[in-house]
Design a protein around this ligand. Structure first.
Ligand code: AGP
Length: 634
């Protein structure tokens, strides 16, 4: 949820590249993770200077710009998505620790046992400035610094107090999820971080090192990164990175990797918003997801490290995911069941874990997550593994926790997705799951190789069709501007059109703050049709007339039923489908494709509609209220 940046390096000289500026630049690229307040801390002589402000990062920037130089080699920063305490200046991070405020700490996650810890500290005379759980960790680490100094016979806060050891002593007392970063006046050359169930990566520079919630924090400075494992503590100085486990044992096998993302991916590139840019990148995004998979007439997924014999033995697939990723899972259920003849259940990850699901060694769990850090999905993965299931992660972010903890990972390769509303990752998730479904069908012998090749051929033709829908954006953009005053929009679909309706409604809710509902069209007469009144806007996703005739004609009947009750019907239909025309107020055309592939096309007008409508309302499209890109708390 929150974004965290740490820096240790040699940049005190030039005014535009002070450590605090490096951290502010990193925070700007992480702001999509949380944006209700922001703060930074630097060392100022033998004191710690903290600046923090409620609201967007811009407020903090103004504050910091006027500051004098400091000789600090280190800085930490935070952009917050509030959990404990309102988004105020006081609750913003960093928090001071210690009776003299000599330490600063930032936190992502939730410390579940903060109340008894706080009571203990209050009893010892520690004073709290905020309502957060995080401030407890700041005081606990500072208290350990004091104790260590005492043990070393040094004065309080003087050399001899080891910030790494102080952090190590504290983490064993914390329950919940956390990434913590701390700086202390007694250890002026280092930032110490710890992680449990919350993301953290190290950026390796030349004479400078970085810490971040994800690689966007330092991508302009270095492409070399180091993974920090679960329950590990990392100490960075300008020249060194040292990792230990919570048990104190050195970690010598941390995985180093090179970041493949281009820095331009983290810029808007002339578009008014990241969301608009990411929508318009979708043709190449789908192509990148599908690229290089066919070789000598066979589908190859090199990342699939699960024994094909085991894949042949599975008798059930469970997809776990949240939000848009769950809608992607609902789309591919139709494809995988059709191709592989295996039952596929799709379950919201947060519901899966708590209902004692039937999962065995013959269950394959597919965990879909753009960020790879969604806590609900991560917990579902762990639960499934405990039951003996094999887990394949469908993920966009390399080095993130979910793929690392899964048995195999298939990456989307769509590049970083910055806008909170997921668009290109959704298409990438569907594309990657199609690959997985076809691979299973191949390994289980459901299809002959030439049948797989034929389906792959059609799939590889999708990017051009995606582009054709994007080239037609103007019609939907105009529609969105005309409907900027709408207060409620309904979405109907059947078969693979049903999850598309759900996703279209989710997009409109999250960025345009309009009441929107997605329904299975067949469910209409069982209740939702009561919502339809004169002028009620309804989008209907119509299946291809070339598919099962009954499916198409039933949806056409549904359009007539709602139109008869006054609905304004906006119909997304295949080119050449004239049956819908008499009943549609607006027809939005998409190219013909296989029924199972249509969701890669029919969602695009709905994404554009939400993006344009939010823009027309003057809303912040990329950073909608109350949301964050990466939901790292349960
Ligand atoms: C998408 O528009 C949403 N912001 C959200 O539903 C998101 O898809 C969900 O939180 C899951 O995220 P993940 O893919 O990173 O796991």
């Amino acid at each position: 949820m929150c974004g965290i940046v740490g820096y240790a390096g040699p940049r005190p000289s030039s005014p535009s590249s002070r450590p605090v500026d490096v951290v502010l630049a990193g925070l700007a690229r992480l702001e999509y993770r949380g944006y209700d307040s922001a703060g930074v801390a630097v060392l100022d002589g033998d004191a710690v200077r903290i600046d923090k402000r409620a609201g967007k990062l811009a407020n903090l920037r103004e504050e910091v710009a006027g500051h004098e130089e400091s000789s600090s080699q280190v800085a930490i920063g935070h952009t917050r998505w509030a959990t404990h305490g309102a988004p105020t200046d006081a609750n913003a991070h960093p928090h001071r620790g210690g009776k003299h405020g000599e330490l600063a700490l930032v936190h992502n996650g939730i410390i579940e046992n903060f109340a008894p810890l706080k009571a203990e500290l209050v009893a010892e005379g520690y004073e709290f400035d905020s309502e957060t759980d995080s401030e407890v960790a700041a005081h606990l680490v500072a208290r350990e610094m004091t104790r260590l100094a005492d043990e070393a016979g040094a004065e309080e806060g003087a050399a001899g107090a080891d910030l790494t050891e102080a952090m190590r002593r504290v983490v064993s007392r914390l329950e919940g999820a956390f990434t913590l970063l701390a700086v202390d006046a007694a250890a002026p050359d280092r930032v110490v971080a710890a992680r449990r169930n919350s993301p953290l990566v190290v950026g390796l520079g030349e004479g400078e090192n970085f810490l971040g919630s994800d690689v966007a924090a330092f991508i302009d400075a270095t492409k070399e990164a180091l993974e920090v494992g679960q329950d590990q503590i990392v100490t960075v100085t300008p020249d060194d990175v040292a990792i230990i486990g919570f048990d104190g044992a050195p970690v010598t096998d941390a995985k180093r990797y090179t970041i493949e993302w281009d820095t331009t991916a983290a810029q808007k590139g002339g578009y008014p918003s990241f969301m608009a840019k990411e929508i318009h990148e979708q043709a190449s995004a789908v192509a990148d997801t599908l690229r290089g998979r066919m070789e000598n007439g066979r589908l190859h997924l090199d990342e699939m490290k699960i024994d094909p014999a085991l894949l042949r033995s599975i008798d059930k697939i469970v997809v776990v995911a949240c939000g848009t990723a769950a809608n992607a899972g609902s789309v591919v259920k139709y494809a995988i069941e059709h191709w592989c003849r295996i039952p596929v259940e799709v379950e919201l990850a947060h519901e899966f874990r708590y209902r004692d699901p039937v999962v065995t060694e013959k269950t394959l769990v597919i965990a879909i997550s753009q960020s790879g850090e969604t806590m609900d999905t991560l917990m579902a993965v762990r639960h499934a593994k405990e039951q003996g299931a094999k887990v394949v992660a469908i993920c966009n972010t390399r080095g993130s926790t979910i793929p690392r903890e899964s048995d195999a990972a298939l990456y989307l390769n769509v590049g970083p997705e910055i806008a909170v509303a997921s668009t290109k990752a959704y298409l990438g998730q569907i594309g990657a799951c199609y690959l997985l479904g076809l691979y299973l069908a191949q390994e289980r012998g459901n299809f002959f190789p030439e049948e797989i090749a034929e389906i792959m051929h059609d799939l590889e033709g999708l990017p051009d069709k995606v582009q054709a829908v994007l080239d037609n954006a103007a019609q939907v953009e105009q529609l969105a501007h005309d409907m900027a005053d709408a207060t409620s929009v309904l979405f109907l679909g059947r078969h693979v059109g049903y999850p598309t309706a759900m996703e279209g409604a989710l997009k409109l809710k999250e960025i345009a703050y309009i009441h929107a509902e997605g329904f299975a069209a067949g469910e209409l007469k069982h209740g939702p049709i009561a919502l339809v009144d004169e002028g009620q806007p309804v989008f209907i996703i119509v299946p291809s007339p070339r598919g099962r005739d009954s499916l198409h004609s039933k949806v056409v009947s549904n359009i007539q039923e709602i139109r008869a009750r006054g609905a304004r019907t906006m119909v997304i239909a295949e080119e050449g489908d004239t049956d819908v025309e008499p009943y549609a107020d607006v027809v939005i055309r998409v190219p013909a494709t296989r029924t199972l592939f249509a969701p890669l096309l029919t969602i695009i007008p709905l994404q554009i509609f939400a993006c344009e409508l939010a823009t027309a309302k003057g809303l912040d499209v990329d950073q909608p209220r109350n949301l964050a890109k990466s939901v790292t708390v349960e």
